[in-house]
Design a binder for this molecule. Sequence first.
Ligand code: UD1
Ligand code: MG
Length: 454
Amino acid sequence: MSDLDVVILAAGKGTRMHSDIPKVMHPLAGRPMLAHVIATARSLTTHRIVVVYGHGGETVKDRFKANDIEFVCQEPQLGTGHAVQQALPVLDANTTLVLYGDVPLIDAATLQRLLATKADLALLTMELADPHGYGRIVRDRSGKVTRIVEEKDASAKQRTIREVNTGLLAAATADLRRWLADIGNDNVQGEFYLTDIVASAVRDKANVATASPDNEFEVLGVNSMAQLARVERIYQWEQGQRLMTQGVTLTDPARLDVRGTLSCGRDVTIDIGCIFEGNVVLGDRVSIGAHCVIRESHIGPDSAILPFCHIDEATIGSNCRIGPYSRFRPGNHLSNDVRIGNFVEVKATQIADGSKANHLSYLGDTKIGRNVNVGAGTITCNYDGANKHQTIIEDGAFIGSDTQLVAPVTIAAGATIGAGSTITKDTPPGELTLSRTKQMTIPGWERPKKSKTK
Ligand code: UD1
Ligand code: MG
């Protein structure tokens, strides 16, 4: 539907968050709550998305200014009706949908159903076992909605109504303008209530319809850190369900965090406590061990990431084995059958088929050929204090343990480097190169004794 404007209310102070960050900027699955609502809105319309901001609004504007969003300021905040009034001057589609920036789990399918009523005023409502705190939907004997009454203004009888206003609604924009011009603030809170437009619509004999969300959680609002954590767990649980539906084995869907998009091939397994950030793609039969953090990476089929790895912006080929305890800083490209073991840090490094660095190494700005063995404790000295330099290790080279490769330097194909060497010059192919003082023994040497000074 393109003839649709969406207004997102995000001016509330969020007092109960006890935070200096505007409420809608608090992250859900790694992105501000508001980003989720904007994405949902974008899936419904190519037309205007208007964010009504208030307290601390400049940071909200800065964060989203690249997103083709309009902003209107509501200052002071005099209620939800007043908030929508601020957006009216920029609205020009036939229909306006009102969403809340602090209700981030709302599903596009639910909103599509709301819009499909094609009513002059369509309210998203639901029945709750405990309606406390919500506005109640008042209907007449024939079942027609007559008004919404806020909890604080409701009579004892009205408070027994279990059908509540979720706050989200869609209205014909021309009608909305007229109805909003009518509202006052003669109520317990002294606010301009958006909900008062319902009575005006009924007076106008407008067509007022209701629709309900598929899941109660879609309309959960976030007012406190505890509610934010609850919404986060629901969101993550839903991600887990989606992955399992696609055939992914999750050891425990309650211990998974996807902060972005995770795409999996067939027979992928993910152990507990893993975090996936940004775009992560796992090929067929990839297994991810416990407590890995993987960000913006692509891992090829049959590769295994063992527990406690941190992998950032990497492409890893097929049948590789990484970890446990490996750290990938951005920019690594591994081909197939590569092994990276414990306490190995790699950065901006390319590694061709069949090469290994199994223990305690730093490989930075390095190009490694095929079937190279990097011994334990090898370090590329890539930084001279001012600039970074490259290390090249060609096919079939063998780097002995505890070697420092002082870049720029090339280890030619088939070369062997003796353990404990500091290599500062290019080494010839196929030869053994080493740099060490010769081992010697001093006969009869005695250890120093502790002096007896008082
Ligand atoms: C509102 C509804 C209530 C509904 C409930 C659902 C009204 C009068 N009441 O009540 O019927 O059951 O939501 O959660 O609409 N906001 C602004 N500017 C303001 C006031 C609020 O932008 O001046 C924004 C808030 O940031 C929030 C949303 O509007 O995103 C709702 O505000 P809130 O104060 O939570 O509304 P409730 O009093 O809970
Ligand atoms: Mg309120």
